[in-house]
Design a protein around this ligand. Structure first.
Ligand SMILES: C[S@@+](CC[C@H](N)C(=O)[O-])C[C@H]1O[C@@H](n2cnc3c(N)ncnc32)[C@H](O)[C@@H]1O
Length: 230
């Protein structure tokens, strides 16, 4: 496997059980839903993955675009949400072609670590251009420089304990340690940011930026940020 997108396009062992996957996507979806104070918005979840609970977000949107670079992920999303008129599935090229100022909320959760630094800055610039005045971009699950695999493992075990999948979480950690994820992590690396670096990436697009108190995902050692167009 040569790229992270190829990795995400395959059957990954990252979710240790069906319950883990379902609880993960429910947590992300409720986090996004809670960011929507005025229902009826146009939203984009960029690098959305399987987005199993996107219907919870769509219920508060006029339009929810689910975008992902992995074709197999998009195919599953298209099948899953065929009956949801507010949801549209899109490839990155289609997002690049969106009109300026056409969205109210853009989510980019757990994506930055898989994208080289200059490409991510360009992506944030492109996505910032799609925001209407008053619109926001939320960038979450950012890996700080000192984040270790041990901290990630501990957070997964705590999530497994709370969610009733502790044993699968333990087995899953072993499986991941022996999988392509570990090899790719060693070969391609993951992109980490300090708080100041991510604020600078967002502010360089002309948005005002601040760090959120909580990450959207289960791992509070990772950071989330919001950029707002005034
Ligand atoms: C860790 S998953 C995150 C899924 C979901 N956002 C979440 O928080 O659970 C990363 C996803 O980002 C997608 N991705 C990675 N790089 C991307 C890029 N440059 N453009 C669009 N999607 C990308 C992958 O295909 C994968 O589905």
């Amino acid at each position: 496997m040569k790229s992270w997108i190829e990795y995400w396009n395959s059957e990954t062992p990252i979710y240790v059980s069906a319950r883990h996957k379902a609880l993960h996507y429910r947590l992300i979806a409720t986090g996004i839903r809670d960011l929507i104070l005025d229902p009826g918005i146009d939203a984009l979840d960029y690098g959305c993955g399987e987005a199993l609970s996107a219907d919870l977000v769509a219920a508060r949107c006029r339009r929810l675009i689910l975008a992902d670079a992995a074709p197999n992920v998009r195919a599953r999303l298209t099948t899953r949400f065929a009956g949801e008129p507010a949801i549209r599935v899109a490839a990155p090229e289609e997002i690049a072609a969106l009109p300026a100022e056409s969205l109210d909320l853009v989510i980019v959760h757990s994506v930055a670590q898989y994208v080289p630094r200059p490409d991510f800055a360009a992506l944030v610039r492109q996505l910032a251009g799609t925001l209407r005045p008053g619109g926001r971009i939320v960038i979450g699950d950012i890996l700080p420089p000192d984040l270790s695999a041990v901290t990630d493992a501990r957070a997964l075990l705590a999530f497994g304990w709370q969610g009733g999948f502790l044993l699968p979480a333990l087995l899953g950690l072993v499986r991941t340690a022996l999988s392509d994820y570990r090899t790719l992590r060693a070969d391609l690396g993951l992109t980490h940011y300090t708080e100041a670096e991510m604020l600078a990436v967002i502010e360089a697009t002309g948005l005002t930026a601040r760090r959120l108190e909580k990450n959207l995902g289960h791992n509070q050692a990772r950071m989330a940020f919001v950029g707002a167009r005034l």
